[in-house]
Design a protein around this ligand. Structure first.
Ligand code: KG4
Ligand code: ZN
Length: 345
């Protein structure tokens, strides 16, 4: 079975063809970086307009790179949330129309499920159950993922304010670094990997929950920059970037490990755009090894938004007979699971 996947939830127009064995036959991503960079962040209306322009060409390219024609496609999957309403609507409507016109089954996919299972692309199946951390521009969510066809998800913790990628983007802007902030901060931090001159702290949740909160960290950076003139030796951008990145890494890691201690699990999975961050991946790999926990993180191209992860999840649902109706809506704040009750450690 060959599934065409479509992803337009934010600022990447993506199409891919993946088999029901999760083999990626093609994966094409058109980034809108140049469209949004002058504004320092994604402008929703511009994202929708660019998806309209790019999607037909990107979908055709995904088919041609896989050496397939429409008659070889067995089903179509598209992200229907979470994401930007206008952006989601473009991909979802296009995918429904293409499926309708060709009499193909159609399935709507949750973007977060795509990220969580991205490690299974071109790969053997993950060991279940596992703790999965989705760290992206829109989400910082910890899940307990149990085996099933499709798997089942329990939300263990999520951000109470800014998502971790959002924090990278906002702090980069404060530091005068370009958009997107994540890669820019990672690069700036490389200039001074060890820093003792500045240290940030994060709030500890009083109720024992593993929830994340990064808006205070962003404010701390702002205050620090405002006080630069009163320092005898002003801090460099590299120093602040390193201290910020280190704080984020320690927090994500501590919470992921705490979640893995609360439940017996077979693996730790790190995914989402922020998982492209090399020091973060390395810290997770090291700590998981020390804790005798197998660790998985998709290759960088499948950490950031792509349609292969959407097609693969779509294939899983279609294979067990699931279909979406033509009236499936785009849902900007679509959840993957309800928040589980947390207990103190
Ligand atoms: O998953 P993604 O491509 O889109 C969403 O679903 O949000 O994630 C995008 C986010 C952006 O905030 C970007 O700054 C961040 O991922 N990001 C990174 C890195 N590469 C991308 N954050 C930290 N380090 C990176 N190398
Ligand atoms: Zn994403």
């Amino acid at each position: 079975m060959k599934i065409l996947g479509i992803e337009t939830s934010c600022d990447e127009t993506a199409a891919a063809v993946v088999t029901d064995q999760r083999e990626v036959l093609s994966s094409v991503v058109a980034s809108q970086l140049n469209v949004h960079a002058p504004y320092g962040g994604v402008v929703p209306e511009l994202a929708s307009r660019q998806h309209v322009r790019d999607l037909p060409r990107i979908a055709a390219e995904a088919l041609s790179r896989a050496h397939l024609s429409w008659s070889d496609v067995d089903g179509i999957a598209a992200t229907h949330g979470p994401g930007l309403m206008g952006a989601l609507l473009i991909g979802l409507t296009w995918a429904k129309a293409a499926a309708w016109a060709r009499g193909l089954p159609f399935i709507g996919v949750n973007h977060l499920e795509g990220h969580l299972l991205a490690c299974e692309l071109n790969h053997s199946l993950l060991p279940y159950p596992f703790i999965g951390l989705v760290a992206s521009g829109g989400h910082t969510s910890l899940y307990y993922v149990a085996a099933g066809d499709p798997p089942s998800y329990e939300l263990l913790a999520r951000t109470r304010d800014d998502a971790v990628g959002e924090a990278f983007d906002k702090v980069a802007k404060l530091l005068g670094l370009p958009y997107p902030g994540g890669p820019a901060i990672e690069k700036a931090a490389q200039e001074q990997p060890t820093v003792n001159t500045v240290r940030f702290t994060l709030p500890k949740m009083k109720d024992g929950s593993l929830d994340f909160s990064y808006s205070g960290l962003k404010t701390a950076v702002r205050y620090l920059l405002a006080k630069q003139d009163s320092r005898t030796v002003p801090l460099t951008v590299a120093e602040i970037a390193t201290a910020f990145q280190r704080t984020i890494i320690q927090d994500l890691l501590a919470k992921a490990l705490a979640a893995a201690r609360r439940r017996p699990v077979q693996a730790l999975v790190l995914t989402g755009g922020v998982a492209a961050n090399r020091p973060l991946r390395e810290a997770f790999a090291r700590a998981a090894h020390e804790n005798h926990l197998p660790f998985f993180c998709p290759p960088v191209e499948w950490c950031t938004d792509n349609a292969a992860m959407i097609a693969a999840v779509g294939a899983r649902h279609l294979a067990v007979g699931q279909r979406s109706g033509w009236d499936l809506p785009a849902v900007p704040n679509l959840e993957l699971a309800v928040l589980a009750k947390t207990g103190a450690e």
